[in-house]
Design a protein around this ligand. Structure first.
Ligand SMILES: CC(C)(COP(=O)(O)OP(=O)(O)OC[C@H]1O[C@@H](n2cnc3c(N)ncnc32)[C@H](O)[C@@H]1OP(=O)(O)O)[C@@H](O)C(=O)NCCC(=O)NCCS
Length: 140
């Protein structure tokens, strides 16, 4: 297993396919992935197994903290520690993220990785679902 921080533009096809598999109609568009690839403030990380991208994470660097915009693992590679390795790759920085209130898999994943619930944004998503805000504080 390898974590890569500098992906090639051609890797975006694989990442986009994982996103469509995992988020369905709520997936980012291909153009959003391309924008993120070129953006100076976002970084795309991937976990690679047997030359295949099995998990990815998109992180916005706000200097004082990191915001995970997206994280997903290919269905057949879930519960094998790939997303955990991606998060650990970020090191000891304050990390926060928003997640749908109904996304129990992700909520359990964040709780298992030392994130704490710090807030809620009401009617945050297009379907009016609330967002929960989780944070993992850097340890001084
Ligand atoms: C959330 C997600 C990224 C986790 O990816 P993963 O690679 O399967 O996670 P890991 O294998 O690293 O999980 C590490 C630990 O988190 C916890 N965890 C992960 N998924 C869990 C689940 N579905 N239920 C309960 N606990 C879970 C477990 O403690 C797990 O360790 P264990 O398998 O030894 O028990 C994955 O379920 C996913 O892609 N979900 C769909 C996309 C999504 O909703 N992303 C988040 C919103 S942006």
């Amino acid at each position: 297993m390898q974590i890569k921080a500098n992906i090639s533009k051609s890797d975006i096809d694989e990442i986009y396919n994982i996103s469509k598999e995992q988020f369905g109609e709520n997936s980012w568009t291909y153009e959003q992935f391309i924008d993120s690839y070129y953006s100076k403030s976002t970084q795309i990380y991937v976990a690679i197994e047997n030359l295949t991208i099995v998990s990815f994470m998109i992180v916005q660097d706000n200097i004082d903290d990191l915001n995970i915009l997206l994280i997903a693992t290919k269905e057949t590679y879930k519960r094998k520690g790939y997303a955990k390795k991606l998060i650990n790759f970020l090191g000891n920085k304050t990390i926060w993220l928003e997640v749908r209130e109904s996304n129990f898999d992700a909520i359990n994943f964040y709780l298992a990785n030392e994130f704490k619930l710090i807030g809620k944004r009401l009617n945050y998503y297009k379907n009016k679902e609330n967002a929960l805000i989780f944070e993992k504080k850097s340890i001084a």
